[in-house]
Design a binder for this molecule. Structure first.
Ligand code: NAP
Length: 287
């Protein structure tokens, strides 16, 4: 039987409507318009597309989205100065730093400098720590979108065998914490994993984010598994994901497509986080 294909755009649409309604209420209550600022370093095609989609979504929801653009060779100190100014600026309710950035800038230093209460992406050590210890507040948007998709499909995670193919700070590490917080049994695969297939082929839920086109073929997948493809790759045949969609959909129970799966939900989750940082600011929470 062919897998159910998850419509990420439909899920994102529901989230956007919820966000727009909440923004309306918050504006009335606090007489302030939520405003976020993105620090953008250099030019990157994938980031630019993501930014454009996020800006459009902000506009529709009634959130002001500003950019601070810097050339690729900007100094670390200049970025740190901007972060410090944005942290102090009461008109700014959320800050995002667009990855990937130049090698001469330490993302650790930037994350340490960012005020956790304005940290829309949930990457500061404080917010990452909260995610890790199960006291989740602002959770990184891509892991949050994976969880949101599973929740929309009423997936009970307790006791499930979950495999995450990715161990980056952006996706795999926070996502495995989210699964552990919900009592799933989690395996994390990466380039040093001896035989990834041995893990993935036993997974009830398989999340993959390698960025290698169609690396996950049907022999990597357990029958009826829920397969979530985070990977986005621009190939000469167009955008595709990690999953060899045509073969895997004949074996999986549920599957997210690329495009139209995790991507739109991630944008919507980013706006959900903006609501949190806005509330942190206007309700004057310390963090
Ligand atoms: N849909 C969305 O919203 C969204 C959001 C963010 C990212 N993405 C996409 O997700 C992908 C990953 O993003 P990222 O920022 O996490 O990239 P990344 O830092 O390059 O992470 C890739 C991960 O995949 C692992 N990996 C690579 N080749 C592998 C292989 N052959 N077998 C097993 N593991 C392998 C890497 O392991 P090592 O660390 O050991 O090298 C690493 O953990 C990209 O395609 C990106 O465009 C999508």
């Amino acid at each position: 039987m062919t897998a159910k294909i998850i419509d990420g755009r439909e899920i994102a649409g529901k989230l956007h409507r919820k966000t727009a309604e909440e923004v309306k209420q918050l504006k009335l209550r606090y007489k302030t318009t939520p405003s976020i600022t993105t620090i953008k370093i250099g030019e990157d095609q994938t980031s630019a597309l993501y930014l454009r989609l996020r800006d459009n979504a902000c506009k529709k929801a009634g959130i002001v989205s500003n950019h601070l653009e810097f050339p690729q060779d900007v100094s670390e100190n200049e970025i740190l100065r901007s972060i410090s100014e944005l942290n102090e600026d009461k008109r700014v309710h959320g800050i995002l730093i667009q990855f990937p950035m130049s090698g001469h800038i330490s993302s650790d230093k930037l994350m340490n400098a960012l005020d956790p209460k304005k940290d829309v992406e949930g990457f500061t050590p404080y917010n990452m720590g909260r995610t890790l210890i199960g006291n989740e507040h602002i959770v990184p948007c891509t892991p949050l979108s994976v969880l949101t998709i599973l929740e929309y499909e009423n997936m009970d995670l307790e006791g499930k065998d979950v495999v995450v193919v990715n161990h980056s700070n952006v996706v795999g590490k926070p996502l495995s914490a989210l699964f552990l917080n919900r009592n799933a049994t989690v395996s994390v695969c990466h380039v040093f994993t001896k035989d990834a297939k041995q893990y993935t082929s036993r997974a009830d839920i398989l999340v993959t984010a390698t960025g290698i086109p169609r690396i996950i073929t049907s022999d990597y997948v357990k029958k009826n598994a829920f397969v979530i493809d985070v990977g986005i790759v621009n190939t000469k045949d167009g955008i595709c994901g990690d999953v060899d969609f045509d073969s895997v959909k004949e074996k999986a129970g549920k599957i997210t497509p690329v495009p139209g799966g995790v991507g739109p939900v991630t944008v919507a989750c980013s706006l959900r986080n903006m609501i949190k940082t806005f509330r942190n600011c206007v309700e004057e929470k310390t963090k």
